[in-house]
Structures are given as C-alpha cells and as structure tokens.
Design a protein around this ligand. Structure first.
Ligand SMILES: [Zn+2]
Length: 294
C-alpha cells in the first residue's frame, strides 16, 4: 500500500507536468471512484479550471484548482497515477486530460489513475472551510512538518492503550505512516509494536519521532518502496525495499543481534519484529501467523 514516501514520490513527478494547466477533460470510467458524486458531476465541477497546485497531506494528493475547488485523491491499496499511459493500460479507472503548453503545440499531458483492487477514491471539496473540515476529520500531524516533535508525539500518546503500531497507523494521530514505515521506525528504536502507546517514555517518544522522520526521508530518497503494485508515474520502480531492516525479513537473522526475525499480527497487519531488540511488553499475547509450508 502506498505510504507517505510513495505518494510524495508520485506528487513530485506529476506536479511539474500539470501545475498551472487547465483540466480539459476528466473521464471517470468507474463510478465507485468518486461516490457519492457521479463521474459527470465531478467532471462538471472541475473541467475548465486551472490547477493551481498539487499538494500532499498524509496519503492524500490534494489537487488545488482555482476558485477553491479541490480534488482529494487517495490511492488506498493499489492505486497509482501514470503520466501519458499507453492506450489499453490495465486497470485504468480515471483519465485526466490537461491543456497543452500556452506557447505552442507541445504534447497535451494526460494522466491515468490505475487501480487493480479499485479501493482508490477521488473526492471533491468546494471552498476552504469544506476542505479544512475534510482534512481535519481524517488527518493528524504531518510527520515531515515542523509540528511533529518528540514532545508532540509524547503528548499524543498519553492515555492511549492502543499498541504503538496501531497508534502510528491511525491517520488521525500521525498522517502518512503505513505498515512498512511503522515496522522500520519501531525496529530502529527497539520498541515492540504491541507496547501500549501510552507507555512510551518522553525520551522514547523523541527517539521514535526521529526514527519516523529518518525512515520516511530514506524512503523518499529511494523513490519509495516497490512492493505489490506501486509504480512511479513514469514506470520507474522505487528502491527502498532494498533497505528494509526488518520489514518482510521473517526467518532472517536480525541485522543487529542475529536473532531470527518473526512475523506477528499487530493492528491487523503482518508485522516484523526482533523480539530481542524489541522486547515484548509483559503479558502481551503475541500472535504469529502460521508459516506457509515451504
Ligand atoms: Zn535483534
């Protein structure tokens, strides 16, 4: 599933292609994408408007059109955006066609939203207050922004009994972290994913904040991680999967201590842990999914 680094990688590639251009056509082939609006309603609201900026908040791509019309795109499990995809690109659900360059006959950029599992969404917010309400209801602090400090993370965890991994995955607390980057950050600071969030000390919160920023930044530098269906808009693959220290390493020796990495279930997700470097909390019921027969 695309997380903050993958979504930001897509944003950085697409923004220079589309910012400042007028959306000429928005064709929604799969009406589920923009429910409760019909595809034609969404197109009517956005066609003919100039895209002022393509931003990101958490895992949302925030398409800021003129007159405060905003399209909020979420890739969910398998969504991606491709620049000038060839005809017949599989799993295409939506196509965007923008104006050509002002000064000539250059190519007209097109984008396709492709999504094998079809959980991705495109939602419309009209007006600044509606946009703010949409984002505030769904997204907490931005982990690569100035408000994400150790003290802020410590304060957010106070009184929270949820396991720290579930806390990190809750987009309403910290926006943008998913399964990969939560595993990697917790391993780097030696915190077991099932520890209650509220038990994290102030010092640990500071270390965890730094680890979250470090793994997200490393993921961004690598152009994201390519597992499952994530692709860059130009088809290039991210490389952060080659730098995983714990994620997907079940059965391998821990890179720090040599203990075998195990896979648990935390927050309903496959979770990779070294139970020497990341001691389980007392009384934790650690569930390990059955290993498939080799
Ligand atoms: Zn270890």
């Amino acid at each position: 599933m695309p997380e903050l680094p993958e979504v930001e990688t897509i944003r950085r590639q697409i923004a220079p292609v589309v910012e400042g251009r007028v959306l000429r056509e928005l064709r929604v082939d799969d009406g589920r994408w923009c429910l409760p609006l019909a595809g034609a309603e969404l197109a009517a609201a956005l066609e003919g408007r100039r895209l002022e900026a393509l931003d990101r908040r958490g895992k949302y791509l925030v398409w800021r059109f003129e007159d405060e019309a905003t399209l909020l795109v979420h890739l969910r499990m398998t969504g991606t955006l491709l620049i000038d995809p060839p005809p017949g690109t599989p799993y295409e659900r939506v196509r965007f066609r923008f104006d050509g360059p002002q000064d000539g006959d250059g190519p007209v950029p097109e984008l396709a939203f492709c999504d094998p599992r079809r959980f991705g969404t495109g939602e419309l917010a009209l007006g600044g207050p509606v946009l703010d309400a949409f984002l505030d209801a769904r997204l907490g602090v931005e982990p690569l922004g100035p408000d994400f400090t150790g003290a802020a993370l410590h304060a957010l965890t106070r009184g929270r009994r949820a396991p720290i991994k579930a806390f990190l995955l809750d987009q309403r607390r910290v926006a943008g972290i998913g399964n990969i980057y939560a595993d990697e950050a917790l391993f780097r600071v030696g915190i077991h994913p099932l520890r209650p969030a509220g038990s994290i000390t102030r010092a640990q919160a500071g270390e965890l904040r730094d680890a979250v920023v470090a793994v997200l930044t490393a993921g961004l530098s690598a152009g994201g991680a390519t597992i499952d269906d994530f692709r860059h808009p130009d088809g290039v693959q991210g490389a952060f999967q080659n730098d995983f220290q714990i994620h997907l390493r079940r059965g391998e020796p821990c890179v720090r201590c040599g203990t075998e990495v195990v896979k648990l279930v935390a927050a309903g997700r496959g979770t990779y842990v070294c139970q020497t470097c990341q001691p389980p909390p007392r009384g934790a019921r650690v569930r390990t999914p059955a290993r498939r027969a080799a």
